[in-house]
Ligand binder design. Structure first.
Ligand code: F6R
Length: 618
């Protein structure tokens, strides 16, 4: 949710922080702040409500300097969106300055304990309580040698707190030291010859270094001058694993696009090409997914699959359910990860669990992964972010390789997840009843997908813009889809809600008459997904039912399957495709619809209100 960037080294920290915060803004954008200083420059804390741009303007007036700094962009949890509540938070005695991502669950108890010692807070945040706690321990540990005192005060404080944290902390008495710590909230150390970075996402120091250490839960890193040490909270020194990551430094470049969401919609062809690259068997009849770390023999023993994810990822899981059940004939259950983690569902012993998460950091999905593993189930991951917590804590999996997704509303990650699940259905299907020729057809459909996606986007862009213009002022919208297209309808409704704040609901088309039809009148447009030719007549009947009640119908049809003109007000016709890729192709016009409606309504497409890209709190 919140974004952290911090730097210590030979360079000026300010530019590193501001550039990093810009990259992290997708994680939270209600306020931002920095702290900066060093041996010769007293530490200054500068904060601003609103976007990083507001902070930059303030910083330009003040011109703070120093080689050590913290930066934070906030998505509020404790306390409203004010400058006082923005991070960095400073302790009561001004010595400890920190930025935090997560929630300190026992902050109320700690706050009253500190108040009993005369230490009060100025903000409403749980973070300030932690800063005060560390400062309190720092004062009490005055007998310790100075080089141990700061890190020891952090360590003992972390042992007292409950909750989640990604932290970067400085002590004004120790201008050559920077401490980071994590628990259920990502924190990555970037290692350079003459400096170090701590960030909640590698994108924050992209272009500076590719050498990184992914901290694990309950680990602390203490950077002192040119050295760093990773330790656990029991003072055990750990051997860090330095990894070299591969990234494209141009990913944050908008090019000719106006918004990241638009860019990410239109780069789905390339993203899908990458998802598919090198993942087909030599005979062209199956997929090749080595990352699963399971032999064909082990995969044959699987009786049931459980797919877990949140939000958009949960809809990808629902599409996966249809694909795997249809092509591999393995029963699949899907559950929202946020529900599964607390439900204690009975599971068959030969169940294989998959968690699906673009960011690989969603706390609810991680909770579900931990729960499944605790019960002893083999738990694999489909994720986009290499080295993410989900990737590191699962028993194996598949990277979707969609490339960084910056727009808060997921688009290319969604189709990448479906594409990965389609390959999984093919792979498992070929181990069971799917014939060689069916497998070859499936592979050919997947291979043709990137080009098809490109064509459909080109073809639908302008018509969807016009349709969106027509419907942008409606306050409600229904999305209907049958079978595998029902989760696509759900995703279409979610996209519209998220970025244009239009109330949207999705139903299986056949459910319309069982209640929701009561809401249909001339103020209620209904998007009906009718791109599955086998359901054409049923879908036409549903359209007629809506039209008979003066509702507006936007039909997503398929070329060659005629829909009478009187059944719809507006329509788009997609090419007829293999069933396995139908959900991806059908999702495309819905993404464009949401995008253009949001533009018409003058909404902030890439940073919709109340949302953040990576949901690392409960
Ligand atoms: C919607 C959206 C969210 C995420 C959800 C899970 O556009 O982006 O619903 O899909 O928060 O996120 P990941 O996939 O990162 O676990």
């Amino acid at each position: 949710m919140c974004g952290i960037i911090s730097y210590i080294g030979n360079s000026d920290a300010l530019q590193v922080l501001l550039k990093g915060l810009k990259c992290l803004e997708y994680r939270g954008y209600d306020s931002a702040g920095i702290a900066i200083g060093d041996k010769t420059h007293p530490f200054q804390v500068i904060k601003a409500v609103g976007r990083v741009e507001n902070l930059s303007q303030k910083v330009a007036q003040i011109k703070p300097a120093g080689n050590l700094g913290l930066g934070h962009t906030r998505w509020a949890t404790h306390g409203g969106v004010t400058e006082v509540n923005a991070h960095p938070q400073v302790s009561y005695n001004g010595k400890i300055i920190l930025v935090h991502n997560g929630v300190i669950e026992n902050s109320a108890t700690l706050k009253s304990l500190l108040e009993g010692k005369g230490i009060t807070s100025k903000s409403d945040t749980d973070t300030e309580v932690l800063a005060n706690l560390i400062a309190f321990h720092y004062e009490s540990l005055s007998a310790l040698p100075q080089e141990q005192r700061f890190s020891e005060s952090v360590r003992v404080s972390l042992l007292e707190i409950q909750g989640t944290y990604g932290l970067a902390i400085i002590c004004t008495d120790c201008p050559e030291e920077l401490i980071g710590a994590r628990k259920s909230s990502p924190l990555i150390l970037g290692v350079q010859k003459d400096g170090f970075f701590l960030a909640s996402d590698v994108s924050a120091f992209a272009g500076h270094t590719k050498e990184v250490v992914f901290l694990s839960d309950n680990e602390m890193v203490h950077i002192h001058g040119n050295h760093y040490q990773v330790q656990d909270l029991n003072n055990g020194v750990l051997t860090p694993v330095v990894q070299t990551i591969d990234w494209d430094v141009n990913f944050a470049d908008l090019g000719s696009y106006k918004h990241y969401m638009q860019k990410e919609i239109f780069e789905q062809d390339i993203a899908l090409k990458n998802t598919l690259l090198g993942r087909f068997s030599k005979d062209g009849s199956s997929a090749h997914l080595g990352g699963l770390q399971m032999s064909p023999h082990e995969l044959r023993q699987v009786d049931r699959i459980l797919l877990l994810g949140c939000g958009t990822a949960s809809y990808a899981c629902r599409v996966g359910e249809y694909l795997i059940e249809r092509y591999a004939r393995i029963p699949v259950e899907v559950e929202c990860a946020s529900e599964f983690r607390y439900r204690n569902a009975p599971l068959d012993k030969n169940t294989l669990v998959f968690v699906v998460s673009q960011s690989g950091e969603t706390l609810d999905t991680l909770g579900a992964l931990h729960e499944a593993r605790r019960k002893g189930f083999r738990s694999l991951a489909i994720t986009n972010v290499v080295g993410s917590t989900v990737a590191r804590e699962s028993d194996g999996g598949v990277y979707q390789r969609s490339g960084p997704e910056i727009g808060v509303a997921s688009t290319k990650a969604f189709t990448g997840q479906i594409c990965t699940l389609a390959m999984l259905a093919l792979y498992l299907g070929r181990m069971r009843d799917m014939s060689f020729s069916e497998g070859c057809d499936f592979v050919q459909a997947l291979q043709a997908l990137p080009e098809l996606v490109h064509e459909v986007l080109e073809k639908c862009d302008e018509p969807m813009r016009q349709i969106a213009h027509k419907y942008a002022n409606y306050q409600h919208c229904f999305f209907l889809g049958r079978q595998i297209l029902y989760p696509i309808a759900q995703e279409g409704a979610l996209k519209l809600k998220e970025i244009s704040y239009v109330h949207a609901e999705a139903y299986p088309t056949g459910e319309l008459k069982h209640g929701p039809i009561a809401l249909i009148d001339e103020t209620m447009p209904t998007v009906i997904l009718a791109s599955d030719p086998s359901m054409l007549q049923k879908n036409i009947s549903s359209m007629m039912e809506v039209k008979a009640r003066k509702g507006k119908v936007i039909a997503i049809g398929v070329e060659g399957a005629e829909i009478p003109k009187k059944a719809y007000d507006d329509a788009i016709f997609l090419p007829k495709v293999h069933d396995a890729i139908l959900p991806i192709i059908t999702a495309l016009p819905l993404q464009l619809f949401a995008y253009y409606v949001a533009l018409e309504r003058k909404c902030d497409v890439d940073k919709p209100r109340n949302l953040a890209k990576s949901v690392t709190v409960e």
